[in-house]
Structure formats: structure tokens, C-alpha cells
Design a protein around this ligand. Sequence first.
Ligand SMILES: [Zn+2]
Length: 217
Amino acid sequence: MAEVGVADRGDPLRDICDQLAGRLPALARLTPEPDSPVTAAPGMHGRAAAAPLPGNPQAFYAYTGIWASARWAEQILLYAVGAAQLERRGGSDANTVRALTEAIPRLAAGVDDEVYRMVITDLARRLNDVLSVAAIDEAEKWRPLGRARRCPRCDCPQLHAALDAAGRPTGHIECFTYDCTDANGYRPAAQASTDEHGHPVLAWADGTIERGLQEAA
Ligand SMILES: [Zn+2]
């Protein structure tokens, strides 16, 4: 892994955190619900249990690694900036995303180089774990639709278009906002299509039809 230059401070950590947060929904889809809540201890980077893991073990390892590292990094940073109280994060993905996208980049601005390097090294290792999950690379390629397009459910510009192996849009679109659900309680997903007049529409899985689109993804 490349040595992280101190002169590079600021953006690389935020970039890594954003990438980890952005991959979390795909990893969660590849990781079946565990029978009991995930209890990976902060800083626990060892190999998992002897029993075979269900589903995709690589994805499970990457997913729980992000979970643990995000909390560990936030605690270390809070300690390093002399916070009176160490916040305890709950176990949800939403909390992991908040730690990654809000707390960690903000706190890291106020710590010395040694702590900063420790945190970014650990999170970069998590990102390597994520990128080595084969299914992420092969089947889970997504292109953000950009700020102009908003999810009809959460009104956030977090819509992503799935790409095929050649990098072309498949017409399948999902909302990546971590707690967004459709009318049926699932992550909102739509297929780009055309109506009876040939105009582009988005047909959402819960039955919502979005018309008046400038361009279907
Ligand atoms: Zn949404």
C-alpha cells in the first residue's frame, strides 16, 4: 500500500470514507442477515469463526470490517481530540455511514499526523477488502445519476444506474440513501422504460411510474 503523505491531508481520508459508505448498501445486499447482531469488536481484524459463513464470506468480512473500523476510528479520533465523552454508535448501517461521512472527516482535521496516519491506514485497508469482493467488481457497478435527479421517495440525489460488464447502463436504477424504502419497505428500485407515446419513464418496483423525464438512464 502506498505511504500516505502528510501533505495530502484532508481529502484522501474523506474520499476513502465516502467510498466505504457508498459501498455499504451493495455489501449489505451480498451479506445475509446474521442470526444475531454483528458483534465484531473495534479493531478486530482477525479471521472469522471456524464455522462456514453463509452467503458471500468475502462480502461478510468486508462488511463487518467497515462496521468495526468506522467505530474504532471515531473512538480513536474522539480520544485524540480530547472529547469529554466517547460516543457509542448503535449497530445500524445508518450509524456506520454517519461515522464515515460526518464524524471521521471532521474529527481528523484536528488530530496529529500519527493518529491521522493510523486511521487512514486502517480505513484504506478496509477499502482494499471491499474492492477485493469479486461480486462488487463484476456485478455491482453503479454510476451516480447526479444532483439533478432525485429519488421520488427520499428526495435525495442518490440515484445510481447499474452498469453491465461493458460499463453500459442496464436501465436498472436504485436509490442509495441508506434508510430509504419504497411503499413495500424495500430499497427503491426502478427500470427505465418508455410509455405508450414513446416518452421515457421510470417504472418503480412498488408500482410508481415517474413521467416527464428528460433522459432515461
Ligand atoms: Zn431514496
